[in-house]
Design a protein around this ligand. Structure first.
Ligand code: HEC
Ligand code: HEC
Ligand code: HEC
Ligand code: HEC
Ligand code: HEC
Ligand code: HEC
Ligand code: HEC
Length: 523
């Protein structure tokens, strides 16, 4: 950090001056020092990976040296396949900085000169620093943390192309295509729905924002969540240089979880939220951990086998599976990096421009990949996973349908006959009932708990495809979601069966409920 840096500044500045001058080096041991590029500083001492920048920015240097960026050159050589085409992304040069490839590594003519610019050093991201060290200040560019869609700057200038299409996949993912939430309610933009809001939660450093002031979405660069939000550019403490972790054992861990940080907002049905006509918002993490939805007290302690909650690296294990996408003849076409964040992505070897992601409308369950689920430690095969997926979603959908069928697909519970099921019917009756006796209203005398309000919360949280719920239709925690919905149906039947025109539970759902209740008892 610079606070430490400033104290060392005088010493370090002298050192920097010394390295750039020939006189610093022992006359006897060395021939003429390699000529430095006019713009890029590169290494101060290549053999110890001491960058010139790191002479002053001591703490960043120490962190960076532990990252894979610092061994990009050695790893490249170790392949035995290194050729000139590889250098652009495994060295420090102008080509990855909206510049020409005639700077840094590419400009150096001797081996000793090239050595100064091996690896992905500071300037590979921050741009050339010669001007900065001649007058240190806040002039050094903070790298573009918003995606540049031409792959000429920022992380995407190397992390792209068929072998590493992180940028391409992110660009077509929901994270990359988020609608513009600028100007929306304060908490939406400040927490999760704009990159600067999310950065202020996850990486609260004012410097990261200087590049775009307070509103990145007015720039022509790609908004949405970007690489440096989830990845720490300098710090390799966590795997994959993640800022937060992927492991969790309880809902309380969400604050430190790379996905739970956002995907666990207002999840549980507490004393007031079950009244809400909206569901638990972004409830995936809490569903996985078994705390989302309205938990009726009569359910007691739900201690089922929440297998999906204990999946190693939780969300990423399912949502970020990676692997090659091959053509029909088996030849490599493009690498799936998992940065669509989709469990069941539609992949197509011809879709190289979008990192192998088939963005066409023809994408249906039949051509989605179940590879993430069909690994040896999980489901035995992709087809086994597909069956389990269909079974669970079908069963959960069956329960939800008793409570609510969203006939007009607007993710809102509308009164019968616009929607059907028990809740729309109660809503219809509510219209003619006196204040204080309405089952689904949340105003005036009707703010007390009713079985219908708890059921509504669960139907919306687990049964709605909209993004205010869980969205997995039970897959995140089948046993738990099943228990909550079955209980909601039972409570509804007890509370209203005699007074309203509620239809019986369809036989197929009834037998599923009997099986579910039996399972509940045995665990
Ligand atoms: C001679 C010492 C020195 C060297 C070498 C140096 N810097 Fe700096 N750097 C500074 C000082 C001093 C500041 C200003 C600190 C401030 O104003 O908070 C600064 C600011 C920065 C900032 C802005 C940080 C902020 O908090 O606003 C970045 C980014 C940066 N330097 C990166 C680099 C990079 C990359 C290199 C190598 C090309 C480099 N620096 C080399 C001394 C140095
Ligand atoms: C367009 C930029 C780019 C080019 C060109 C490029 N690489 Fe890379 N390379 C990357 C990136 C980005 C990674 C990091 C990928 C990751 O961690 O998943 C990487 C990682 C690697 C690794 C480490 C992989 C590992 O499993 O640890 C090796 C080895 C490698 N590249 C070899 C090569 C070779 C050989 C060439 C030339 C034939 C080459 N690269 C050309 C961007 C590039
Ligand atoms: C992989 C790209 C990348 C590399 C390599 C890199 N940086 Fe950064 N750096 C960034 C990004 C992105 C930010 C803004 C986000 C943040 O602060 O976390 C940043 C922020 C900074 C800052 C200001 C905030 C802070 O963390 O103090 C300084 C200073 C800095 N970098 C110096 C360096 C130095 C020195 C090196 C080399 C030893 C280096 N960086 C290597 C991408 C990089
Ligand atoms: C100049 C090209 C270049 C740029 C710019 C670049 N990277 Fe990399 N990155 C690489 C290469 C090459 C590797 C593989 C190094 C190796 O394994 O030898 C890599 C590896 C990584 C890894 C793998 C770490 C691990 O532990 O597996 C992460 C994460 C990463 N980069 C993130 C970023 C982010 C975030 C940025 C932007 C802030 C960025 N990179 C900018 C070339 C680049
Ligand atoms: C929403 C968060 C998020 C964003 C945004 C994101 N990543 Fe990642 N990335 C992850 C997670 C989580 C992992 C670890 C996945 C795992 O362990 O299976 C990862 C893994 C990686 C790796 C290591 C892959 C390997 O070979 O092990 C690289 C490299 C990487 N990301 C680069 C990028 C780049 C470049 C961008 C921007 C184009 C980016 N990421 C955007 C979350 C993110
Ligand atoms: C900074 C907050 C944030 C983080 C961190 C984050 N997400 Fe998201 N995610 C969002 C937002 C906001 C959306 C909804 C974007 C939209 O549709 O407008 C979203 C959408 C998604 C979607 C698509 C949902 C849909 O309806 O299609 C998936 C899947 C997803 N995220 C998974 C993950 C995973 C896995 C991680 C961790 C690696 C993660 N997210 C980390 C904020 C975040
Ligand atoms: C056991 C594998 C698994 C785990 C672990 C998992 N998910 Fe999911 N997730 C799924 C499946 C399967 C779906 C349903 C996908 C579909 O219907 O397209 C899903 C759906 C989603 C959706 C809605 C996507 C959409 O297209 O509407 C989001 C968002 C999401 N998950 C985020 C997360 C987050 C965040 C985590 C970690 C807290 C997580 N998931 C953990 C398998 C998993």
């Amino acid at each position: 950090m610079l606070r430490n840096t400033m104290n060392r500044l005088l010493v370090a500045a002298a050192c920097v001056a010394a390295v750039s001058a020939v006189g610093c080096v022992s006359e006897k041991a060395t021939p003429a020092a390699p000529v430095r590029d006019a713009a890029f500083l590169g290494y101060s001492v290549p053999d110890t990976k001491q960058t010139t920048c790191g002479n002053c920015h001591v703490d960043v240097q120490a962190e960076w040296a532990q990252t894979k960026h610092a061994s990009a050159w050695a790893d490249l050589q170790a392949t035995g396949h290194a050729d000139a085409s590889c250098n652009k992304c495994h060295t420090t040069n102008g080509a990855t900085n909206l510049g020409a490839d005639t700077a840094g590594f590419f400009a150096a003519t001797t081996d000793a000169g090239k050595k100064l610019y091996q690896d992905v050093q500071c300037e590979a991201c921050h741009g050339p620093g010669a001007n900065h060290i001649s007058a240190p200040g806040e002039t050094q560019p903070i790298p573009t943390i918003i995606m540049d869609t031409t792959h000429a700057d920022g992380c995407g200038s190397c992390h792209y192309d068929v072998h590493n299409p992180f940028a391409e996949q992110l660009a077509v993912s929901r994270h990359g295509t988020m609608p513009n939430w600028e100007g929306a309610a304060g908490s939406c933009q400040v927490n999760c729905h704009t990159v600067w809001g999310a950065m202020s939660q996850i990486a609260p450093r004012a410097t990261a924002f200087r590049e775009f002031g307070t509103n990145p979405l007015t720039t022509t660069l790609k908004p949405g969540l970007t690489c440096a939000l989830c990845h720490d550019p300098h710090d390799a403490t966590n795997p994959a240089q993640l800022r937060l972790v992927l492991t969790a054992t309880s809902t309380a861990d969400s604050a430190q979880h790379a996905c739970g940080k956002c995907h666990s907002r207002s999840p549980a049905a507490n004393a007031s939220s079950w009244k809400s006509s909206r569901a638990a918002h972004s409830a995936q993490f809490a569903t996985l951990m078994g705390t989302a939805g309205y938990i009726d007290p009569s359910l007691g302690n739900i201690t089922g086998p929440m297998r999906h909650g204990t999946v190693e690296t939780s969300c990423a294990a399912c949502h970020m599976a990676s692997g090659p996408v091959n053509s029909a003849s088996g030849a490599f076409a493009v690498q799936n990096t998992g940065h669509t964040f989709e469990v069941l992505p539609c992949l197509n070897p011809a879709s190289t421009a979008t990192g192998g992601v088939d963005t066409s409308a023809a994408c249906t369950e039949a051509n989605r990949s179940f590879a993430a689920c069909g690994t040896s430690t999980c489901h035995a095969s992709e087809s086994g996973a597909r069956d389990a997926f269909d079974r669970v979603q079908g069963e959960i959908q069956g329960y939800v349908n008793v409570l609510w069928v969203d006939k007009n697909g607007n993710s809102t519970i509308d009164a019968f006959p616009t929607d059907s099921g028990w809740l729309p019917k109660l809503l219809l009756h509510d219209a003619t009932r006196a204040a204080g006796t309405k089952r689904l209203a949340t105003t005036g005398a009707d703010t007390v708990y009713t079985a219908a309000k708890g059921a509504r919360f669960n139907a919306l949280t687990f049964g709605s495809p909209n993004r205010h719920g869980d969205g997995s239709f039970g897959v995140h925690n089948p046993w738990y979601v099943r228990a909550l919905l079955v209980k909601s149906i039972e409570l509804m039947r007890t509370a209203y069966a005699t007074s309203d025109t509620l239809q019986g539970v369809p036989p197929a759902v009834q037998s599923a409920m009997v099986r579910a209740a039996a399972r509940q008892r045995t665990h």
